[in-house]
Ligand binder design. Structure first.
Ligand code: 2RA
Length: 353
């Protein structure tokens, strides 16, 4: 019989995507799969690989006999429960922000730093933030060849990064502005939302998101940076193993339901060419290259949502920087950005025994 897998947060938005991923796999290495959620959701029945499973209430005993426990829950829940799962003998693979920068917890993207999973003194492995993750497969592949030195990025983040609340809010805002001739006068979108009962006091996005872009994600940190921008910087350094990588990020929310995009300016230690970058991207199984602008061919969120790969396009050799590439990436923030990468770490653990 194979190892025992637990999914904590089975009834949440990412948990649902995780179950879709497990159901979509041709085969799985697991002898048993346990679904776990808050006591409020316990007792629900969900179908996993043809079997109807009852969701168990989160409690220390549910981790007994578990080999790998994936956590898709808020930071505070992970902070409390991942160590409990580890103390009961499970390896916790955590998708929250609770442990990502803990020096005793590896931060893993399997196609970039899979070997890091072997050193996990706390029995916990962390999954990166979806914004960082969306560009990591591409940057990891280029770094191996050219040696990354500096990174300047702007993100274009989807509403589902803010969970179901974010998805619901964007849908409600789009409904409120649909069919109206808005966008030619400052404040008219905001007024239309207020008139529809959608106060900006209640939005997770700080400002109207429909018909708009919002240069903000996360919470305020020193120097005017957002927590999301600092995550991009700190997590990129840790995953790529470049502690002094120079990073500057601007994180922006856009009216897209799911799939984060990033415009990346990456400076390397040696000269780069578009041809070689294309070859490197084409050779990486988790990357799909969509790069023929003469034919209008480049990745966009609405064309790639629901897919597992990282989509890369608009690859250009920066005109004034001989060692720099500019490119555009799109990645489904709920799949590779969250559930899929977590599951890939769990699979890697199963493969390595
Ligand atoms: C966001 N990256 O997009 C965050 C979610 N983890 O809001």
């Amino acid at each position: 019989n194979g190892p025992v897998l637990a999914l904590v947060g089975a009834t949440g938005a990412v948990g649902g995507v995780m179950i879709d991923i497990i159901n979509g796999r041709e085969s799985v290495p697991w002898g048993e799969i346990r679904l776990i959620a808050s006591p409020r959701s316990a007792g629900k029945k969900l179908t996993v690989r043809g079997a109807e499973l009852t969701v168990l209430a989160l409690a220390p005993e549910v981790f007994d006999g578990v080999d790998v426990a994936m956590f898709d829950v808020p930071d505070a829940v992970s902070a409390e429960w991942a160590p409990i799962a580890a103390a009961r003998g499970a390896i916790a693979v955590d998708n929250s922000g609770a442990f990502r920068m803990d020096p005793e917890v590896p931060l893993v993207v399997p196609e970039v730093n899979a070997d890091a999973i072997a050193v996990r003194p706390k029995g916990i492995i962390a999954n990166p933030n979806c914004t960082t993750l969306s560009m990591m497969a591409a940057l990891g592949a280029l770094h191996r060849e050219f040696g990354l030195r500096e990174l300047v990025v702007a993100s274009y983040q989807a509403a589902s990064g803010a969970g179901q609340e974010g998805i619901d809010r964007l849908h409600a805002e789009i409904e409120a502005v649909a069919g109206k001739q808005l966008g030619a006068r400052a404040g008219d979108v905001r007024e239309a939302l207020e008139a529809a009962g959608l106060s900006v006091e209640d939005t997770p996005f700080t400002a109207p998101l429909a018909m708009n872009v919002v240069p903000w994600a996360g919470s305020l940190r020193d120097g005017g940076w957002s927590s999301e921008e600092l995550k991009v910087r700190n997590e990129s350094r840790k995953i790529l193993g470049i502690p002094d990588l120079k990073v500057s990020a601007t994180c922006v929310r856009v009216p897209v339901v799911t799939t984060h995009s990033l415009a990346v300016h990456a400076v390397f230690g040696s000269e780069v060419t578009v041809e070689r970058a294309h070859e490197i991207f084409a050779a990486q199984p988790s990357i799909v290259l969509v790069d023929d602008p003469a034919k209008g061919s480049f990745p966009t969120p609405s064309d790639v949502v629901g897919g597992d790969p990282t989509y890369v396009g608009r690859v250009r050799q920066a005109l004034d920087f001989p060692t720099a590439l500019d490119f555009f990436v799109c990645g489904d923030n709920l799949r590779k950005g969250a559930a899929l990468n977590t599951y890939e770490i769990a699979e890697e653990l199963a493969v390595r025994g």
